[in-house]
Design a binder for this molecule. Structure first.
Ligand code: ME8
Length: 658
């Protein structure tokens, strides 16, 4: 990579549903990388966007009763949509591409035509297995247990006239790229790619790159009825967004080839095999790196709504702050591997790293500077090499250890280096016992000032390096610890002694309050219960019975209007009410009904109800019930509701209902 420019991309997202914390993983990581490169003084292009074509979107739009364009517009721009989520997560992208943007569509048409003209795209007929959610065709041998190898769902037979890309022609070059360069990382993914897709039975298959079975895509302009396969359309976003085959932008020379494409492991195949093959076909330089990160799993599954865990990034960031979330996903799991997301792990990370280690270091240091020096350190210094040197040398070497890890996208290790220093600094406080020094300020004041200065310098350097991960919180730490703009730069992170000797601190709010784990988990459970209830249908009505009843049988049921003379709760039963009814015969009728949950007995006296009176009498709680009262039942937000059928009081007792 040249040192001046840095081009990083995330995948472009399918705007097809609600986004969870897992979706923000790739984008947070890319944002951290982009901010880190900006900090180093690079001219950065950070691209993200949305992948808006394909059958899946067409189907969802139809279900929602809107056009595909309306559907994607809504998911991209609505509150809680893609743009909103990136704003929430403090993602500082430089450009946002939508594959429905006119310039991109026109560019894809040109690219398709060029590949057709150079003979790499040809017409054929496709027979295969199609996975609709993944929009992927598979050969029989690629299926796993007869299902889609990417998502594990059912596939269906499909055949259509289609254009094909001559991927087979590039098999050797792609194999060489994967095996003999560091194009794809982590390296553990390389053999999987080569063995499963290039050195498999039949070798690398040509790829079907057009569809005729739906219309929501980039039309092949020289063959109406065909739309460009969504992955060819989507992958080229990385170049059209810089101005390739269009006049909208003109950054291609500056930024292409990309320094890094960050992608989830399930789409490595497209980025590590077909994407380079497309570029080879177009005689274009290849990106320098594809990094396939792992998944954040929720109970072992990338997609599942987590059982027992809150995964909504809005709710999580409201409770813990966006910075804590950004930090958590990169601190807790190695970027190349899968990690299991739980609320407990999130809270534990916040408590250990942010509240205990970092938060404590900042608040103890600033509190002591205020308490002992009124916030402004004395200019004089008194070093104690025995106590100071090991801290100072650990801190001054931090920047290069961090850089080494960041360059390899090993965010977890980079953060580990920082937290080793933070933990060392907390130990340095205990070793120097400032509170003991403060007992005799005349003798020890200068030494105490030096201890606090060393701590402030340590905090400053750690904060510079944490800024890409937690930009807002780091801004606040700088403000509290008196670090001005010059003390926040990349260069200053490798230097000791940048803060002025008489630095002024301002103890501020506690940035990372400790969370009471047990209480918080209980509260999250409660929130989820409520959310579950809110998601239940407002009103549910039992479906009508298919089975027919013949007219004569129905007419045998004798429905009568009855007036409630008395109504009482049955003793020892919390369900039953006992009704004394006037049924027009002159003799009282007693009916028991299990409706105590919905009515107070006194409210029913005098009402005109409907009863079926020719049922055989039966005993309930030792009392006879002579019939049944008719009610309407339905379910509201998951709870059963019942309303007695009440009729006009003008109707006399005993009137027959028919
Ligand atoms: O794949 N953990 O879009 P997408 C980690 N449109 N990463 C996750 C995740 C999880 N639980 N869930 C999703 C697409 N992701 C295509 C890309 S690029 C030319 C076209 C990640 O919306 C996923 O791995 O399905 C991928 O990197 C990104 O979110 C977008 O996924």
């Amino acid at each position: 990579m040249d040192n001046k420019h840095f081009y990083i991309t995330t995948p472009i997202y399918y705007p097809s549903g609600k986004l969870h914390i897992g979706h923000s993983y790739t984008t947070v990581a890319a944002d951290v990388m982009a901010r880190y490169k900006r900090l180093q003084g690079c001219d950065v292009m950070f691209l993200t966007g949305t992948d808006e074509h394909g059958q899946k979107i067409e189907d969802k739009a139809r279900e929602a009763g809107v056009t595909p364009q309306q559907f994607v517009d809504d998911i991209v721009t609505a509150p809680g949509g893609v743009l909103d989520l990136w704003k929430l997560m403090n993602i500082q992208y430089d450009r946002f591409i939508r594959t429905t943007d006119d310039y991109h569509v026109a560019a894809i048409q040109k690219i398709f035509r060029k590949m057709h003209d150079n003979g790499d795209i040809y017409k054929g007929s496709y027979k295969g297995k199609y996975c609709k959610p993944c929009e992927s065709f598979w050969t029989e041998s690629q299926l796993v247990d007869g299902k889609c190898p990417d998502c594990g769902r059912e596939v269906a037979d499909a055949e259509e006239e289609a254009y094909f890309f001559r991927a087979s022609k590039y098999a050797d070059r792609v194999r060489d790229l994967l095996l003999n360069t560091d194009f794809l990382e982590p390296r553990s993914r390389v053999h999987e790619m080569v063995n499963n897709f290039i050195d498999c039975e039949g070798g690398l298959q040509d790829l079907c790159v057009s569809r005729t079975s739906f219309t929501w895509g980039v039309p092949v302009d020289f063959d109406p009825g065909h739309v460009v396969y969504v992955w060819l359309d989507a992958l080229f976003n990385y170049m059209t967004a810089l101005g390739y085959q269009n006049d909208k932008y003109s950054d291609l020379e500056k930024f292409w080839p990309a320094d890094a494409h960050f992608v989830g492991k399930e789409i490595v195949r497209f980025h590590a095999i077909y994407w380079p093959a497309f570029l080879m076909s177009m005689d274009l330089p290849l990106p320098k790196k594809v990094y396939g990160h792992g998944w954040l799993n929720f109970n072992g599954d990338k997609m599942s709504k987590s059982k027992g865990n809150v995964v909504d990034p809005y709710l999580l960031s409201e409770r813990y702050g966006v910075d804590a979330l950004r930090f958590f996903v990169l601190r807790t799991f190695p970027f190349g591997s899968d990690g299991n997301f739980t609320n407990e792990l999130l809270i534990q990370t916040i408590n250990t790293d942010l509240a205990n280690d970092l938060g404590n270091l900042v608040s103890r240091t600033t509190a002591m500077a205020e308490k002992y020096f009124g916030g402004k350190l004395p200019g004089a210094r008194q070093a104690n090499p025995e106590l100071d040197n090991s801290l100072v040398s650990l801190v001054t070497g931090l920047c290069s250890r961090y850089e080494e890890q960041m360059e390899k996208f090993q965010f977890q290790n980079a953060l580990e280096e920082i937290f080793k220093v933070i933990q060392r600094a907390n130990k340095y406080i205990d070793e120097n016992a400032p509170w003991a020094l403060a007992k005799d300020m005349d003798a020890n004041g200068v030494r105490l000032g030096t201890v606090l200065y060393n701590l402030l310098e340590t905090v400053r350097i750690c904060t510079v390096l944490l800024t890409p991960f937690m930009p807002d919180s780091c801004g606040k730490i700088f403000a509290q610890t008196g670090a001005d703009a010059a003390a926040r730069t990349w260069d200053s992170a490798a230097k000791w002694g940048v803060l002025p000797a008489d630095v002024q601190v301002h103890k501020g709010e506690n940035l990372f309050p400790r969370i009471d784990m047990a209480k918080e988990l209980e509260e999250l459970d409660r929130i989820m219960e409520e959310a579950k209830k809110a998601a239940l249908p407002a009103i549910e009505i039992e479906p009508q019975t298919e089975e027919k009843v013949d007219f004569d049988t129905f007419c045998k049921s004798d429905f009568r209007a009855v007036k409630v003379k008395d109504c009482q709760q049955v003793k020892k039963s919390d369900k039953l009410l006992k009704f004394t009814l006037d049924d027009g015969t002159g003799t009282d009728r007693q009916i028991l009904s299990g409706i105590a949950k919905w009515y107070a007995p006194e409210d029913l006296i005098g009402k005109t109800l409907v009863a079926i009176v020719n049922l055989p009498p039966r005993k309930m709680m030792g009392q006879e019930s002579q019939g049944m009262l008719i009610s309407a039942v339905h379910t509201e937000k998951g709870e059963e509701r019942l309303n007695l059928l009440m009729v006009d009081d003008k109707i006399p007792a005993g009137a027959k209902l028919c």
